[in-house]
Ligand binder design. Structure first.
Ligand SMILES: [Zn+2]
Length: 290
């Protein structure tokens, strides 16, 4: 009986597991990644989506995909590197066109209006190009947007598969995002005591449009020293902050997050033929000769 009970608890634990929808695992060494995966699973994180934004980050990510079957890739030119006149940009767009089916999402793409980033016109060209590229695909878009929500909303129509990752648009853009049916994802920022406005925002979003992420290795949660990196194992701290911000019960919120993730990402399509998709990624690198 005791055996039966512990198995049942294990099964329930496995069923109710979360997905970290946004990370950058290429920042870590092999040993660190092994630790990250082990600790994440122990803390109830079932799957991890990791982003790549250029040839180098793709090269570093392929071995991770080979080793860990619960890691999935998202591909996209990040607005901070969207210099459309460069050889690197042209090269990566070609890689994307060849490999997009190996990904569970496109991103992070969007706008970043901070000094030192590519001009907004260049970011816009890259953004539109990538949206066009995936129009016929059933892939969600993971959007990075800082201080450029007007530009973003001009380009983005109402959609069922758009994720505003690590949302920073405040109350000002919340109504538009909700009207457009966009998903809103919260990262470590939600755990900060001073993030009262963000917690209020988290309480106002329809439950079927909320997501959680860590943006690993960025934005460590409140409990970690600022100098440290975030890891997917911190996802449960983001989740707990979300639970504190909202009125519903913890289980209801967890279930909603799981439903939201499964209506956005088709993990099974990748699982069915994982080796084929990894080979597609590897071949795309071999084919490019410049
Ligand atoms: Zn990111």
């Amino acid at each position: 009986m005791r055996y039966y009970c512990s198995n049942l608890i294990l099964i329930l634990h496995l069923i109710k597991m979360l997905t970290d929808i946004h990370t950058h695992l290429y920042h870590f060494t092999n040993t660190e990644i092994k630790n990250i995966i082990d600790k994440s699973l122990a803390r109830g994180i079932q799957r991890i989506i990791t982003c790549v934004h250029n040839r180098n980050t793709l090269i570093k990510t392929i071995p991770i995909l080979k080793e860990y079957k619960n890691v999935y890739i998202s591909i996209g030119v990040h607005p901070q590197v969207a210099f459309v006149e460069t050889k690197e940009y042209g090269e990566f767009i070609l890689i994307m066109e060849k490999t997009i089916d190996a990904a569970v999402a496109v991103g992070e793409i969007g706008y970043d209006n901070y000094p030192g980033n590519p001009p907004l016109e260049s970011q816009k060209k890259a953004f539109i190009k990538q949206i066009e590229m995936v129009k016929q695909k059933d892939l969600p878009l993971i959007i990075h947007c800082r201080k450029a929500f007007d530009e973003l909303f001009q380009d983005m129509q109402k959609s069922e598969k758009v994720i505003l990752h690590s949302y920073s648009g405040g109350f000002k853009y919340l109504d538009i995002a909700i009207k457009k049916d966009f998903y809103i994802s919260f990262s470590g920022t939600l755990t900060f005591k001073r993030s009262r406005r963000l917690k209020k925002i988290a309480s106002l979003i329809p439950l079927n449009r909320i997501l959680c992420e860590t943006d690993t290795p960025f934005i460590p949660p409140e409990t970690e020293p600022v100098s440290l990196q975030s890891k997917p194992e911190h996802l449960d701290l983001v989740f707990q902050s979300l639970v504190e911000a909202r009125e519903e019960e913890e289980e209801e919120i967890k279930e909603a997050l799981m439903n939201n993730v499964s209506s956005l990402f088709d993990f099974k399509r990748i699982d069915r033929n994982r080796e084929k998709w990894i080979k597609l990624l590897e071949d795309s690198l071999k084919e490019l000769r410049y």
